[in-house]
Design a protein around this ligand. Structure first.
Ligand code: NAD
Length: 313
């Protein structure tokens, strides 16, 4: 299959590498010049479950693709949420009538951006449990296992996604069709909407936050705001299951000593966060539906203030 990875950071590198190794015709499109130059010169390098691998995969800057001739069967979007519209604008001429576009970004409401450029019948919305990191430009760190749930946004149903699922599974990416992708997106967004912003603002790992006296009341309030908005979008949330998943993040024996990805982005790498597409999306949707969202609103403001104090880019 001819596949564009649009946004070739940590996750785009994982998917690009695994799909390339499964003999698909893959190209990467990105906006980070140093990363692009490194991959052009040395190939995409990765520590892949402890093994050093290098694959030569074509990569292009998103502002310089007008001469690239590549009629893609599939585009996989892996920008940060705030980069999505710019990327869609850059690649819109490479998205043909039959090109499927799969969005696996964290956060809520990305379909509103994508459908400006792609018919609903070609949009696949998904949720992934794969993880990835970057050690520096051109070098990914890919450990562990994961999975993908995805759903077609039009009325075409499962058959319209069969070919894409088969290609992902051929690359051992463990994909399956979901009849209710919005619920799993909201469930994951609840974990991100609590752990990410709170641990970033409190400069805390997940275990230390979870053991504070106020952890339960703050987390339950945020999840309640997510659940009220989700219900309006026909995405039912099992609140007990969501709270159990969040509390499992506090476990010191497993992942509790880790800092979530937003902490890494802002506090370690001085980068802007995806808060507007997690808690901020709940605030915007809450305004539309007449739902009060004071906790999500305050947390979004605090994270933006921290970004400004740190002069994040
Ligand atoms: P990423 O930050 O690694 O890459 C996103 C974009 O930012 C890429 O275009 C990349 O080149 C660019 N970028 C990365 N580091 C940069 C730097 N130092 N300077 C300039 N540009 C830089 O993001 P990601 O982790 O691949 O995440 C993509 C999407 O997938 C996000 O929505 C994220 O929330 C989601 N996601 C990530 C993970 C994970 O484990 N990383 C897991 C599931 C979902």
């Amino acid at each position: 299959m001819k596949i564009i990875i649009a946004g070739a950071g940590a996750m785009g590198s994982r998917f690009g590498l695994m799909l390339h190794q499964a003999k698909n015709d893959v190209i990467l499109i990105d906006g980070w010049q140093e990363h692009i130059d490194t991959i052009k010169e040395y190939g995409l390098q990765a520590n892949f479950n402890g093994e050093e691998v290098t694959e030569m995969i074509p990569i292009y800057h998103q502002s310089d693709i007008s001469s690239v001739e590549f009629s893609a069967d599939l585009v996989i979007l892996f920008t940060k949420a705030m980069q999505l519209d710019g990327m869609m604008q850059s690649i819109k001429n490479m998205v043909g009538e039959k090109t499927k576009v799969l969005c696996l970004l964290n956060g809520i409401g990305h379909e509103d951006v994508i459908k400006k450029y792609v018919p609903l019948s070609n949009i696949l919305l998904g949720n992934t449990m794969w993880t990835a990191g970057l050690e520096g430009p051109g070098k990914a760190k890919l450990f562990g296992n994961g999975s993908i749930d995805l759903q077609n946004l039009g009325n075409e149903g499962k058959e319209s996604a069969d070919e894409v699922i088969a290609v992902l599974n051929d690359a051992k990416l463990n994909a399956k069709y979901s009849d209710n992708i919005l619920s799993s997106i909201y469930k994951k967004a609840c974990v991100n909407g609590t752990m990410n912003g709170l641990c970033t603002i409190l400069d805390s790992n997940m275990a230390d936050f979870g053991e504070t006296d106020v952890a339960d009341v703050i987390v339950e309030s945020i999840v309640s705001e997510f659940a009220q908005v989700a219900e309006k979008e026909n995405a039912t949330l099992d609140i007990d299951a969501v709270l159990a998943q969040i509390k499992s993040c506090y476990n010191r024996e497993t992942i509790g000593l880790h800092h979530p990805s937003m902490y890494q982005d802002l506090m370690i790498n001085n980068r802007l966060t995806e808060i507007d597409f997690i808690n901020g999306a709940i605030v915007r949707k809450g305004e539309v539906y007449g739902i009060e969202t004071p906790y999500c609103s305050f947390l979004t403001q605090l994270v933006h203030a921290k970004e400004q104090i740190m002069k994040a880019k």
